[in-house]
Structure formats: structure tokens, C-alpha cells
Design a binder for this molecule. Structure first.
Ligand SMILES: [Zn+2]
Length: 328
């Protein structure tokens, strides 16, 4: 074995390969602008711990493409892997939105930031997140917030702190954070685009009290809701805010469990009733919605029939062209 020859070959090939990857990922060109219109690509549709560690359903969040803006919403565990599988160029992203500091919503964000900022080589893209995520709990490192002056990497995102009800312009659209009731600091949003208004609920509770054959109940009981007749007390601000949008992406979690922390489809049907929403897409399914039975089709049917609003359930890897769906 000629060790000198091996060494020489390794030096040459590594040098060439390093230049190649550097050119491909760091010293690269800005991608072509996104096509006009609005679409949502669900890299994952799961939420809560069982989905995180079983990946049924996946927990990678979704990418919104609206009016030329490419925004990654809640990149959970698996985000970069699912993006690679979908053949997606994360270096084309314009921004990342993190609703709150729970693993299924932020754990993939640092890797996505490295991709968006081209290996932390350039300053590009924006990260929108609650103060708690950025400052108090520092769930994104200072380096990934683009603020580590000593790292030697000059790149990184612009970081913007979400403020309730304060519209933030990004590209041609404006994003208004809507406070949610789940965990600590947490926001959904309303996105005002040229052609439509799109809402995202994030994780939030909704039902506060309901009637049963035995009388009224509040949400202090945390097991499955079996005896609901009608919802009488609910988050009125959530209903008011999201009733006004054209398209709503709703994190449901389940039909009737975890209602103290999540909308559930029982709550979503109530939220949509009498609203202006033309299309609702449900996501953030707990593992129990897919195993042992796939409960998503009856969940969508329940919401659509009860609310009168067209309702779809998102599937892992599904890409939804909003204008096309609304035309159908
Ligand atoms: Zn969640």
C-alpha cells in the first residue's frame, strides 16, 4: 500500500470537494422568485410527543409560499430531512416563523436557519419568534440568531420579536401575530396578502365551558370530552380573529382529547360556524388521530358538516395550491 499516494489523492479530492460544496451551498446565487399565488407544503402534520418520537405523523411544520414570500412555519424535529426528501431548497427561504417554545414547533429551526443563511455565510432571511424563545429560554443559540460576533461566521438571519396584534411587513405581505392559549408565550398569525387573508391558529385551547345532559361543565376535567351537547364558553378573541380570514390553517390535535390545551375538532367546528372562512386545512395531529385508525377523514367530515365550511386534512408531504382548491 502506497500511503504517500493515498495521502496525495485524499488531499486533492478533499480540496476539490470542499470548493464544490462551498460554491453550491455558500457562495451561491439567489434563487428565482417564487411563482405568484399561494400554496402550503406540509413537510409534517404531527404534533405532541408521541408524534415527535414515532414520526407518525411527521413533525416538520409547513412552508407557505405567498406573493413571492417563502416562509417556513414551525420547523419541528425532522425539518431539514423532510425538506431534502421533498427536493426543497431551504436556501431559498425568506423567513422562519416560530409560534412557541415547544419542541414540535422549534426543534428543527437552527438547522433550517443554517440552510436559509447559506451555511451562516450570508446575512439573509428573517426569524420571527416570541421573546421567550429568543431571549428568556434562548431556544435558538445566539449564533443562530446571527448575533455571535466572535464565531467567525458573518452570516445569520435578522431576528424580529413577535408582538401581539402588531403587523409586521415581510416582503409584500403583512403578518399580524395573534396570541394563543397554550404553554407560555405563543402566537398564531394572520397574513394579509395581495389576493387573500390567511390565518394560522398555532396550538391554542378554545373550549372553556359546555353543556352536558347533567348540566354545565368547564375544562377542569382533562380526559376525553364524551358528553358535550353545546359549547357555551369559548375563546371569543380567537373566534373573532380567525373568523375574518379566507383560509385557515388550524392545529387541531384531536377530536375530543387535550381540549385544555388544543382546539380539537369539536372546538374548530364551533370556531368556523358563521365565519367568513372559505377553506380550512387541519393539521398538527396527535398520534392517536392516525393509529390504530385513521380518524382524519371523519374529523374533516365532522367539521365541514357541522360548520358549513369546506375543510380538508393535511397529509405529510401534501402541497396545497390555495387558488386551485378555491376554484374547484
Ligand atoms: Zn404543538
Amino acid at each position: 500500500m502506497d500511503i504517500k499516494k493515498i495521502d496525495q489523492e485524499l488531499r486533492e479530492k478533499t480540496g476539490t470537494a470542499a470548493i464544490e460544496s462551498y460554491t453550491k451551498y455558500r457562495h451561491r446565487q439567489e434563487p428565482a422568485p417564487a411563482a405568484p399565488g399561494a400554496s402550503v407544503l406540509f413537510l409534517g402534520t404531527g404534533g405532541n410527543p408521541e408524534a415527535v418520537f414515532s414520526q407518525v405523523p411527521r413533525t416538520a411544520g409547513f412552508i407557505l409560499v405567498v406573493d413571492g414570500l417563502r416562509l417556513y412555519v414551525d420547523p419541528g424535529p425532522g425539518a431539514v430531512v423532510r425538506a431534502r426528501e421533498a427536493g426543497l431548497d431551504l436556501g431559498s427561504l425568506d423567513g422562519i416563523f416560530i409560534s412557541h417554545g415547544h419542541l414540535d414547533h422549534y426543534a428543527g429551526a437552527e438547522a433550517v436557519i443554517e440552510a436559509m443563511c447559506w451555511g451562516m455565510f450570508v446575512r439573509r432571511g428573517v426569524v420571527l419568534a416570541p421573546r421567550q424563545v429568543l431571549e428568556r429560554d434562548r431556544l435558538l443559540s445566539i449564533y443562530h440568531q446571527g448575533k455571535d460576533r466572535l464565531s467567525g461566521y458573518k452570516g445569520g438571519p435578522t431576528v424580529r420579536i413577535l408582538e401581539a396584534h402588531q403587523p409586521m411587513p415581510i416582503g409584500k405581505v403583512a403578518l399580524t401575530p395573534i396570541p394563543a392559549y397554550h404553554g407560555e408565550e405563543n402566537y398564531g398569525f394572520i397574513l394579509q396578502t395581495e389576493s387573500l387573508t390567511l390565518g394560522y391558529t398555532s396550538d391554542t385551547n378554545y373550549i372553556q365551558g359546555y353543556t352536558t345532559p347533567e348540566g354545565s361543565k368547564d375544562l377542569s376535567y382533562r380526559g376525553p370530552i364524551m358528553d358535550l351537547i353545546d359549547i357555551v364558553d369559548y375563546r371569543t378573541d380567537i373566534k373573532e380573529a380567525f373568523s375574518q380570514v379566507d383560509v385557515l390553517i388550524a392545529n387541531v390535535t384531536s377530536h375530543n382529547v387535550y381540549a385544555h390545551r388544543h382546539i380539537t375538532t369539536l372546538g374548530l367546528a364551533h370556531l368556523l360556524r358563521g365565519s367568513k372562512v372559505k377553506l380550512c386545512i387541519m393539521t398538527h395531529f396527535n398520534h392517536c388521530c392516525l393509529s390504530p385508525d385513521d380518524l382524519r377523514p371523519p374529523m374533516a367530515t365532522y367539521v365541514e358538516q357541522t360548520s358549513g365550511v369546506r375543510t380538508l386534512y393535511a397529509v405529510d408531504g401534501g402541497n396545497y395550491n390555495i387558488a386551485e382548491i378555491l376554484r374547484r
